[in-house]
Write a protein that binds this ligand. Structure first.
Ligand code: IPM
Ligand code: MG
Length: 369
């Protein structure tokens, strides 16, 4: 197979700083593990808007379609708050997801032992937590038509978004959740609002269809998404894989992320259908945003972005062993006490910088050889 190709889109805010640490790790794999990657870099979000007047150029979009995996940092920032909706930084990200057809967004929430005390929940509720949220990423209210802000005859305005799902859209994301469950604890909980939304009724029926016809060996349960949110903070360890739609998945994954102590820890993989070379269309990004308030200060936690690269090793490059190595390196530096500011309370000692966290992870990788 050819050298695997990566497109790095570091984006805005803390995106470039956390991605710098990932680039060092990619180089480490080239130097120490003989794993060369063909890396190109480009702009997305506000950074692309500043240069090109659009949050994602057609050229960048075309490149993203060609590579084996896209690594994305973060997009957005206050400088772009007043831009027209069509050119907001987030539109670049949503275009990548939609045009690459990345329908299955994997958001694992894992609580590292060293951080269990730091969660806002009691330690016994989160220690050992390991759940996977599978969020549908290319449809639902993020993309449904009609949408827009319209003038009404009575002088009022009306804002419209449409929650819309088809059979095949639900079935394909359900399949990816069941496949993942089989490699984990074999349980899927599907979340929607079938009590108030027709799209939720269809969701429940189609997930049930896939279960009965293709994955009867996996345990399936259903919850209304609001009850699911409550259960996530009450006793999160009852879950293994959660499958849900685009909007509920956005909310529930932020919540699940925070259970683990910090949004700065959580990676994600967005996967589509296999390309000619058998690898899935794929983009990897931290769940956290661009955090403009701490950008360029060396305060950002690079771990979510680093763990996103570990997911790339696992899901795009089929190298579970090297993904395990990188995850173990992160676990080791946390156990050794390395903490960026997001992982420290006001009286918890001295934080280290983004780069020092990268140094520590690289040292742990060296020690793993
Ligand atoms: C996420 C983010 C995005 C979303 C934003 C930045 C468009 O919150 O990936 O969870 O809403 O999907
Ligand atoms: Mg979100």
């Amino acid at each position: 197979m050819n050298t695997p190709s990566l497109l790095i889109l570091a984006g805005d805010g803390i995106g470039p700083e956390v991605m710098d640490e990932v680039k060092r790790i990619i180089n480490w794999y080239g130097d120490k593990r003989d794993m060369e990657f063909d890396v190109t870099e480009d702009l997305v979000g506000g950074a692309a808007y500043d240069k090109h007047g659009t949050p994602l150029t057609d050229e960048t979009m075309a490149k993203a379609q060609e590579v084996d995996a896209v690594l994305l940092g973060a997009v957005g920032g206050p400088a772009y708050d007043n831009l027209d909706f069509s050119v907001k930084p987030e539109r670049g990200l949503l275009r990548l997801r939609k045009e690459m057809d990345l329908f299955s967004n994997l958001r694992p929430a894992q609580c590292f032992d060293a951080l269990a005390d730091f969660s806002s929940l009691k330690k016994d509720i989160v220690s050992g937590l390991d759940i996977m949220i599978v969020r549908e990423l290319t449809s639902g209210s993020y993309f449904g038509e009609p949408r827009g802000i319209f003038d009404l005859p009575n002088g009022e305005r009306e804002g419209i978004n449409t929650q819309r799902y088809t059979t095949s859209e639900i079935r394909r994301v359900a399949r990816s959740a069941f496949e993942l469950a089989r490699k984990r604890s074999n349980k899927v909980c599907s979340m929607e609002k079938a009590n108030v939304m027709e799209s939720g009724i269809l969701w429940r029926e189609e997930v049930t269809w896939v279960h009965e016809n293709e994955y009867p060996d996996v345990e399936l349960s259903h919850m209304y998404a609001d009850a699911g949110a409550m259960q996530l903070v009450r006793w999160p360890k009852q879950f293994d894989v959660i499958v849900t739609d685009n909007l509920f998945g956005d909310l529930l994954s932020d919540m699940a992320a925070m259970l683990t102590g910090s949004l700065g820890m959580l990676p994600s993989a967005s996967l589509g259908v296999p390309m000619e070379n058998g690898r899935p269309k794929a983009m990897y990004e931290p769940v956290h945003g661009s955090a403009p308030d701490i950008a360029c200060e060396g305060k950002a936690n690079p771990i979510a972005c680093v763990l996103s690269f570990a997911m790339a090793l696992r899901y795009s490059f089929n190298d579970g062993a090297e993904a395990d190595r990188l995850e173990a390196a992160v676990e080791k530096v946390l156990a050794d006490g390395a903490r960026t500011p997001d992982l420290l309370g006001p009286e918890d000692g001295t934080p280290i910088s983004t780069k020092a966290m990268g140094d520590a992870i690289l040292a742990a990788l060296d020690a793993s050889l």
